[in-house]
Design a protein around this ligand. Sequence first.
Ligand SMILES: Cc1ncc(COP(=O)(O)O)c(C=O)c1O
Length: 341
Amino acid sequence: MIDLFSDTTTRPTQEMRDAIASAEVGDEQRGEDPNVLALIAETCEVLGKEAGLFLPSGTMCNLIAVKNHTQPGDTVFVGHNCHILRCETGAAAAVSGVVLDVVPSVDGRFSGQALQQTLFEANPYTPVPSLVCVEQTHNFAGGAIWPVEELRRIREISLANGLKVHMDGARLFNAVVASGISAEDYARLCDSVWVDFTKGLGAPLGAVLCGSKDFIERARRYKHMFGGALRQAGMMAAGCRYALKHHVQRLGEDHLRAQRLAGCLRSLPGFEVKQVDTNLIFFKPGNIPAAEFQARLKEQGVLVSAVGEWVRAVTHLDVDDKDIEKTIRVLEGFFSTLTAQ
Ligand SMILES: Cc1ncc(COP(=O)(O)O)c(C=O)c1O
């Protein structure tokens, strides 16, 4: 099987497994795990943030950040189809008791102007607007990069209106490698930001949430509250440290492979392909329903996912040039069978 289902399906490389197996460990909950502490320090350095917290998942980073920045009843501004809105079991509402207000946009990446127009003046009858969330890159927009100038405008407007900004950086490093803009330059536009080591970076587990010392002190209490405090987590942190050191720059290879695949898809009559900025390719396969197309590709040994009417293919650490060429042959063969029918 060629697995283009998601960049979460990567398996640790032998070198990463070696780093995991030989990791020094301590009690993470008591702040004594050397690899966790080192990973936090290295991530803070890359993001230019004061403090950080190792968490089991990106979903928990979002959960804790929203809880931390808000009070029940507050409004959180989000883009449509963002992970917090669509893929976290409504946790922001269930756990933090916030109202999610969707800022209009074409694909989930809203502009500063759209945010300005959506903001409302708080009075005794309204919810309190307190937080803006952005997702870099935006998954369901097709791994699209949120332009840094727009993020800057969003930051300015947020500051002027007393709002905090949180960045879901599940694929922030894809944006960094593709745009040439540093992680620190993106992160300085946010009060809190996290990066995931389990997506394109290929680690089996782990994310680091960063922000100010005060923010992270409170976040540590929520981590414990939600059952996220860990013990000998250094083994997993060692995998993340390996990924941070060795797997960031290579994301560029995934982006090139995504472009190659997108080029083939664009050449197939009737196919619509979203702009490809990074490693996610979203396409509509003519008039074939996405779920049917997904099933037919699976029969041919290629795994993709169906997201509504779109098919999503993702390039990552475990997909090489040969896999892409084979996928292209499957697509072209599939298409010629269709046209012959
Ligand atoms: C944009 C985005 N945010 C958050 C997450 C959640 O990350 P995790 O799987 O580490 O919980 C994902 C996972 O796919 C994602 O794509």
